[in-house]
Design a protein. Structure first.
Lengths: 66, 193
Protein backbone atom coordinates (compact mmCIF):
# COMPACT_ATOMS: atom_id res chain seq x y z
CA UNK A 1 0.00 0.00 0.00
CA UNK A 2 2.82 2.35 0.93
CA UNK A 3 4.69 1.53 -2.33
CA UNK A 4 1.55 2.14 -4.36
CA UNK A 5 1.06 5.55 -2.76
CA UNK A 6 4.69 6.46 -3.44
CA UNK A 7 4.41 5.37 -7.08
CA UNK A 8 1.25 7.44 -7.50
CA UNK A 9 2.97 10.49 -5.99
CA UNK A 10 6.00 10.10 -8.27
CA UNK A 11 3.71 9.65 -11.26
CA UNK A 12 1.79 12.82 -10.41
CA UNK A 13 5.00 14.79 -10.03
CA UNK A 14 6.24 13.58 -13.42
CA UNK A 15 2.91 14.44 -15.02
CA UNK A 16 3.10 17.94 -13.58
CA UNK A 17 6.76 18.49 -14.49
CA UNK A 18 6.62 16.77 -17.88
CA UNK A 19 5.02 19.47 -20.03
CA UNK A 20 7.34 22.14 -18.55
CA UNK A 21 10.40 20.30 -19.90
CA UNK A 22 8.97 19.54 -23.32
CA UNK A 23 9.59 21.83 -26.27
CA UNK A 24 12.38 23.81 -27.86
CA UNK A 25 14.53 26.11 -25.74
CA UNK A 26 16.46 28.80 -27.58
CA UNK A 27 19.73 29.97 -26.02
CA UNK A 28 21.97 32.65 -27.49
CA UNK A 29 25.31 33.99 -26.35
CA UNK A 30 24.46 37.42 -27.63
CA UNK A 31 21.63 39.12 -29.47
CA UNK A 32 23.55 42.38 -29.75
CA UNK A 33 26.88 42.29 -31.62
CA UNK A 34 29.24 45.17 -32.24
CA UNK A 35 31.17 44.53 -35.45
CA UNK A 36 33.62 47.33 -34.63
CA UNK A 37 35.13 49.60 -37.22
CA UNK A 38 34.53 49.16 -40.95
CA UNK A 39 34.98 51.20 -44.10
CA UNK A 40 32.03 52.67 -45.98
CA UNK A 41 31.18 50.29 -48.79
CA UNK A 42 32.41 47.26 -46.89
CA UNK A 43 30.00 44.35 -46.48
CA UNK A 44 29.77 43.16 -42.89
CA UNK A 45 28.74 39.60 -42.14
CA UNK A 46 27.76 38.88 -38.54
CA UNK A 47 26.88 35.43 -37.17
CA UNK A 48 24.62 34.93 -34.17
CA UNK A 49 25.07 31.49 -32.58
CA UNK A 50 21.89 29.71 -31.57
CA UNK A 51 21.68 26.63 -29.31
CA UNK A 52 18.62 24.48 -28.71
CA UNK A 53 18.67 23.38 -25.04
CA UNK A 54 15.19 21.90 -25.25
CA UNK A 55 13.94 18.42 -26.13
CA UNK A 56 12.09 19.27 -29.34
CA UNK A 57 13.18 20.78 -32.65
CA UNK A 58 13.72 24.53 -32.55
CA UNK A 59 12.29 26.14 -35.65
CA UNK A 60 13.35 29.56 -36.83
CA UNK A 61 10.29 30.59 -38.76
CA UNK A 62 11.33 33.93 -40.12
CA UNK A 63 14.09 36.54 -39.89
CA UNK A 64 13.17 39.97 -41.13
CA UNK A 65 15.75 42.77 -41.44
CA UNK A 66 14.61 45.99 -39.79
CA UNK B 1 20.32 40.31 -46.14
CA UNK B 2 19.79 37.38 -43.79
CA UNK B 3 20.32 33.62 -43.81
CA UNK B 4 19.61 31.14 -41.03
CA UNK B 5 19.27 27.46 -40.05
CA UNK B 6 15.56 26.72 -40.17
CA UNK B 7 15.59 23.73 -37.81
CA UNK B 8 17.93 23.07 -34.90
CA UNK B 9 17.54 19.63 -33.24
CA UNK B 10 17.54 19.20 -29.43
CA UNK B 11 21.07 19.83 -28.15
CA UNK B 12 22.11 21.17 -31.55
CA UNK B 13 23.67 24.45 -32.65
CA UNK B 14 22.76 26.71 -35.52
CA UNK B 15 23.29 30.25 -36.67
CA UNK B 16 21.60 33.34 -38.00
CA UNK B 17 23.75 35.42 -40.34
CA UNK B 18 23.10 39.07 -41.10
CA UNK B 19 24.94 40.78 -43.96
CA UNK B 20 25.02 44.55 -43.93
CA UNK B 21 26.15 46.67 -46.86
CA UNK B 22 27.63 49.84 -45.35
CA UNK B 23 27.43 51.84 -48.59
CA UNK B 24 26.19 55.33 -47.85
CA UNK B 25 26.63 55.03 -44.08
CA UNK B 26 28.95 57.00 -41.87
CA UNK B 27 29.63 56.98 -38.10
CA UNK B 28 27.88 54.81 -35.52
CA UNK B 29 25.30 52.54 -37.13
CA UNK B 30 22.66 50.33 -35.49
CA UNK B 31 20.81 47.81 -37.64
CA UNK B 32 18.31 45.26 -36.43
CA UNK B 33 16.47 42.13 -37.53
CA UNK B 34 13.34 40.56 -36.07
CA UNK B 35 13.33 36.79 -35.47
CA UNK B 36 10.28 34.52 -35.09
CA UNK B 37 10.69 31.01 -33.57
CA UNK B 38 8.54 28.20 -32.14
CA UNK B 39 10.07 28.60 -28.65
CA UNK B 40 7.15 29.84 -26.52
CA UNK B 41 9.53 32.01 -24.45
CA UNK B 42 11.27 33.48 -27.49
CA UNK B 43 8.51 33.66 -30.06
CA UNK B 44 9.72 37.01 -31.34
CA UNK B 45 12.91 38.91 -30.54
CA UNK B 46 15.31 41.43 -32.01
CA UNK B 47 18.91 40.97 -33.12
CA UNK B 48 21.11 44.03 -33.17
CA UNK B 49 24.22 44.74 -35.23
CA UNK B 50 26.33 47.76 -34.41
CA UNK B 51 29.29 49.16 -36.31
CA UNK B 52 31.40 52.26 -36.67
CA UNK B 53 31.58 53.17 -40.35
CA UNK B 54 34.56 55.18 -41.53
CA UNK B 55 34.23 57.06 -44.83
CA UNK B 56 36.97 56.32 -47.36
CA UNK B 57 36.54 59.42 -49.51
CA UNK B 58 35.24 62.88 -49.14
CA UNK B 59 33.42 63.55 -52.39
CA UNK B 60 33.07 67.17 -53.48
CA UNK B 61 30.91 69.11 -54.15
CA UNK B 62 28.53 66.39 -52.91
CA UNK B 63 28.48 62.61 -52.67
CA UNK B 64 26.70 61.77 -55.90
CA UNK B 65 26.44 62.61 -59.57
CA UNK B 66 23.29 64.53 -60.40
CA UNK B 67 22.74 65.51 -64.01
CA UNK B 68 19.56 67.38 -64.84
CA UNK B 69 19.25 69.01 -68.22
CA UNK B 70 16.76 69.77 -71.00
CA UNK B 71 16.82 67.44 -74.00
CA UNK B 72 19.47 68.35 -76.56
CA UNK B 73 21.54 70.34 -74.09
CA UNK B 74 24.44 68.30 -72.68
CA UNK B 75 25.23 68.63 -68.98
CA UNK B 76 28.53 68.00 -67.24
CA UNK B 77 29.53 67.49 -63.64
CA UNK B 78 32.87 66.88 -62.00
CA UNK B 79 33.25 65.19 -58.62
CA UNK B 80 36.49 65.18 -56.66
CA UNK B 81 37.36 62.18 -54.49
CA UNK B 82 39.69 62.95 -51.61
CA UNK B 83 41.12 60.04 -49.64
CA UNK B 84 40.33 60.49 -45.93
CA UNK B 85 42.51 57.61 -44.72
CA UNK B 86 46.14 57.77 -43.75
CA UNK B 87 47.27 55.13 -46.24
CA UNK B 88 46.86 55.38 -50.01
CA UNK B 89 43.62 54.18 -51.61
CA UNK B 90 43.71 53.66 -55.34
CA UNK B 91 40.71 53.58 -57.63
CA UNK B 92 41.66 50.75 -59.95
CA UNK B 93 38.48 50.40 -61.96
CA UNK B 94 34.98 51.67 -62.54
CA UNK B 95 31.71 50.30 -63.93
CA UNK B 96 29.39 52.69 -65.74
CA UNK B 97 25.76 51.60 -65.23
CA UNK B 98 24.50 54.04 -67.88
CA UNK B 99 26.97 53.56 -70.71
CA UNK B 100 24.50 54.58 -73.40
CA UNK B 101 23.30 57.66 -71.50
CA UNK B 102 26.30 59.11 -69.68
CA UNK B 103 30.02 59.11 -70.35
CA UNK B 104 32.30 58.85 -67.32
CA UNK B 105 35.94 59.81 -67.25
CA UNK B 106 38.13 59.15 -64.23
CA UNK B 107 41.36 61.08 -63.82
CA UNK B 108 44.07 60.70 -61.21
CA UNK B 109 44.91 63.97 -59.52
CA UNK B 110 47.32 62.40 -57.04
CA UNK B 111 47.78 58.63 -57.02
CA UNK B 112 46.21 57.07 -53.94
CA UNK B 113 45.04 60.44 -52.63
CA UNK B 114 42.79 62.33 -55.05
CA UNK B 115 40.74 61.51 -58.14
CA UNK B 116 38.37 63.39 -60.40
CA UNK B 117 35.29 61.96 -62.05
CA UNK B 118 33.81 63.81 -65.00
CA UNK B 119 30.27 62.84 -66.01
CA UNK B 120 28.71 64.08 -69.25
CA UNK B 121 25.24 63.38 -70.55
CA UNK B 122 24.81 61.83 -73.99
CA UNK B 123 21.15 60.87 -73.73
CA UNK B 124 19.12 61.61 -76.86
CA UNK B 125 15.75 60.92 -75.31
CA UNK B 126 13.73 61.98 -72.30
CA UNK B 127 14.78 59.87 -69.31
CA UNK B 128 14.80 59.82 -65.50
CA UNK B 129 17.05 57.15 -64.04
CA UNK B 130 19.13 56.40 -60.95
CA UNK B 131 21.87 53.80 -60.54
CA UNK B 132 25.20 53.16 -58.85
CA UNK B 133 28.66 53.59 -60.31
CA UNK B 134 30.85 50.80 -58.88
CA UNK B 135 34.48 51.61 -58.17
CA UNK B 136 37.17 49.00 -57.58
CA UNK B 137 39.56 50.03 -54.85
CA UNK B 138 42.90 48.84 -53.59
CA UNK B 139 44.28 49.64 -50.16
CA UNK B 140 40.99 49.02 -48.30
CA UNK B 141 38.93 45.83 -47.82
CA UNK B 142 36.03 47.24 -49.80
CA UNK B 143 34.91 45.05 -52.68
CA UNK B 144 32.84 47.71 -54.38
CA UNK B 145 32.63 51.39 -53.59
CA UNK B 146 29.29 52.70 -54.85
CA UNK B 147 28.43 56.24 -55.81
CA UNK B 148 24.90 57.17 -56.84
CA UNK B 149 24.28 58.66 -60.27
CA UNK B 150 21.00 60.31 -61.09
CA UNK B 151 20.06 61.41 -64.59
CA UNK B 152 17.11 63.59 -65.52
CA UNK B 153 16.84 64.57 -69.18
CA UNK B 154 13.60 66.40 -69.71
CA UNK B 155 11.61 67.84 -72.56
CA UNK B 156 11.63 71.64 -72.17
CA UNK B 157 8.28 71.87 -74.01
CA UNK B 158 6.37 69.68 -71.60
CA UNK B 159 8.21 69.93 -68.32
CA UNK B 160 6.14 71.54 -65.62
CA UNK B 161 7.25 73.22 -62.49
CA UNK B 162 7.60 70.64 -59.66
CA UNK B 163 5.01 72.51 -57.62
CA UNK B 164 2.49 72.42 -60.48
CA UNK B 165 1.04 75.39 -62.27
CA UNK B 166 1.75 78.54 -60.38
CA UNK B 167 -1.01 81.11 -60.63
CA UNK B 168 0.12 84.70 -60.54
CA UNK B 169 -0.82 86.46 -57.37
CA UNK B 170 -3.79 88.75 -58.15
CA UNK B 171 -2.86 92.39 -57.97
CA UNK B 172 -5.05 94.39 -55.63
CA UNK B 173 -5.25 98.11 -55.09
CA UNK B 174 -4.32 99.27 -51.63
CA UNK B 175 -7.47 99.88 -49.63
CA UNK B 176 -8.04 103.43 -48.54
CA UNK B 177 -8.37 103.45 -44.80
CA UNK B 178 -10.86 105.61 -43.03
CA UNK B 179 -9.21 108.25 -40.88
CA UNK B 180 -9.31 107.59 -37.17
CA UNK B 181 -10.33 110.50 -35.09
CA UNK B 182 -9.12 111.03 -31.53
CA UNK B 183 -11.22 108.99 -29.09
CA UNK B 184 -12.12 106.48 -31.73
CA UNK B 185 -15.14 108.36 -32.95
CA UNK B 186 -16.30 107.75 -36.48
CA UNK B 187 -15.59 110.53 -38.91
CA UNK B 188 -18.43 112.72 -39.84
CA UNK B 189 -20.14 111.62 -43.02
CA UNK B 190 -19.20 113.75 -45.92
CA UNK B 191 -21.87 116.11 -47.00
CA UNK B 192 -23.80 115.02 -50.04
CA UNK B 193 -23.19 111.32 -49.53
Amino acid sequence: MRNATLSLAVGLVLLWAGPALAGPDLKMESKDIDAGQAFAGQKLEVEYQVTNAGDADLEIKKVSPG
Amino acid sequence: MVSFDKTIPPGGRGKITITFDSTGYQGRVRKSAMVWTNDPDEERFELILRADIKPVFQIKPWGRVHLSTPLGQPAEQTLTFLNLLEGPVEITGMTNPMEDLVSLELNTVEKGRAYELKATTKAEKKIRKGAYINFKLSGVPVEEYKVMIFLDVWDPKTKKNRTGTVKPTPQTQPRELAPITPGGAKPEPKSGS
